[in-house]
Design a protein around this ligand. Structure first.
Ligand code: SF4
Length: 422
């Protein structure tokens, strides 16, 4: 059987639930890429010294100008001290807005410590939005490690934006909303392609004025990232309709993604073929170079970013890699259904228990293991080559022009292993 986009499919991959302890970063990590993407927003983490350290060390190195994130540290306090905590947040926010009048959108980001969990940040955001009306809008979301894994911070952030977005004008014609933070260079390439196809496209989050993106029944949602379950639900509540598609990773993933959008807008397939012919050919050429290195290599994924099923599909379908195991923290079939159809029935382990998976990976000894930073060093010490999952989230990997770079990210540790083995 063939799916639109050309790939052969078998029955969709089964999802095996394997709950247990995971080893991943919390949702605060999303601030690292979101603060660079939404240029007029500021992220104020309400948290502990641990949260401040995480944000400083993960994001601080990337800052060259005045930062657009900070941590308001709440020291231990009892319930009686919570009123003071609210006043403290009001004071910190007032000082910040005074000093940084360019902040249009301020996110209060919750975290794990019990003092923070007791605070009602949604109420604080409402109060502060009223206090700074006309100047800065204040929203809240949680990046707590109890509630979120590292890419879910972006989901929580975008979901908090959706109810604030304006409704479209009455009778507005259908338009496309591409949802999920993309590197600017990738966003620009996709914007040009959709423009060429005659599809009116907007992006969420946008670089500026994220709160000015209209959404309603005329909106067709094309996800650019697979970890946006809550955001999709919030958009559907506003009447928007989802376009299910594989994700734009590799030549074929990107082709299927563009085709799905084009079908939703009634664009003839010959028009799509003409628009993507050259970039698709460039992507295939770049991938052919990497196929000799990656083809036949055995790859395992630990659950980390929720990109795992899409990356496994890319490696298997476009580079002939053998997939040993696909772990992913969550698998939302609404979103990942088209990917599950292209995985030849390979099972997805959802919420993998880290100890049980470590046993399986040690026994299978794959050529490459994609995992979090905490697991990479011990596995390298045991002679297994690893790839940091977080690098695949920070790097521009979507689209035709990035297909070769994406393959290169997997090829590099294999080349290093081969050099060390000589
Ligand atoms: S939110 Fe929780 S898991 Fe994340 S840095 Fe703060 S304390 Fe640690």
């Amino acid at each position: 059987m063939r799916v639109p986009g050309g790939a052969c499919v078998t029955a969709p991959s089964p999802v095996i639930r394997d709950p247990g302890q995971r080893a991943v970063f919390c949702g605060l990590t999303g601030i690292v890429w979101l603060h660079r993407k939404i240029e007029d927003a500021f992220f104020l983490v309400v948290g502990s010294r641990t949260c401040a350290h995480l944000i400083q060390s993960a994001a601080g190195v990337m800052i060259f100008a005045e930062p657009r994130f900070a941590t308001a540290i709440l020291e231990e306090r009892d319930l009686a001290g919570m009123a003071d905590a609210q006043e403290e947040i009001d004071r910190v926010v007032a000082r910040l807005i005074e000093r940084r009048p360019d902040i249009r959108l301020l996110f209060l980001v919750g975290s794990c410590p019990s003092e923070v969990i007791k605070l009602d940040l949604a109420k604080a955001a409402e109060r502060l939005s009223r206090a700074h009306a006309g100047r800065t809008r204040v929203l809240s979301w949680s990046g707590s490690g109890i509630e979120t894994t590292f890419t879910q911070g972006e989901d929580a952030c975008l979901a908090s934006l959706v109810p604030e977005l304006p409704a479209p004008l009455a009778g507005a014609s259908p338009d496309l909303l591409v949802v999920g933070a993309l590197a600017d260079v990738v966003e620009d390439q996709f914007a040009r392609l959709f423009d060429q196809l005659g599809i009116p496209a907007r992006f969420l989050p946008s670089r500026r004025a994220a709160l000015e993106t209209p959404v309603g029944a005329n909106t067709r949602v094309l996800l650019a990232q697979p970890f946006l379950s809550d955001t999709l639900t919030a958009l559907e509540r506003r009447g928007a309709r989802h376009i299910p598609a594989p994700f734009p990773l590799g030549a074929e993933g990107t082709t299927a993604w563009i085709r799905a959008a084009a079908r939703a807008f009634g664009i003839a397939s010959e028009v799509v073929d003409g628009a993507i012919e050259l970039p698709r050919a460039r992507a295939h050429k770049a991938l052919a170079r990497q196929r000799t290195r990656i083809g036949g290599q055995r790859v395992a994924f630990f659950p980390d970013s929720q990109l795992e099923p899409s990356l496994a599909r890319f490696l298997k379908e476009e580079l002939n890699a053998q997939i040993v195991e696909i772990g992913t923290p969550y698998c939302d079939r609404r979103i990942l259904g088209p990917e599950l159809q292209r995985l030849d029935g390979l099972p997805i382990h959802e919420g993998n228990d880290v100890n049980r998976q470590l046993d399986r990976v040690r026994a299978a000894r794959p050529d490459l293991t994609v995992c979090g930073l905490g697991l990479a060093n011990p596995l390298e010490a045991e002679g297994l080559s690893t790839k940091w999952a977080i690098e695949l989230v920070f790097s521009p990997i979507q689209g035709f022009e990035q297909a070769g770079d994406l393959a290169e990210l997997f090829a590099r540790p294999l080349a290093r292993r081969d050099r060390l083995a000589v």
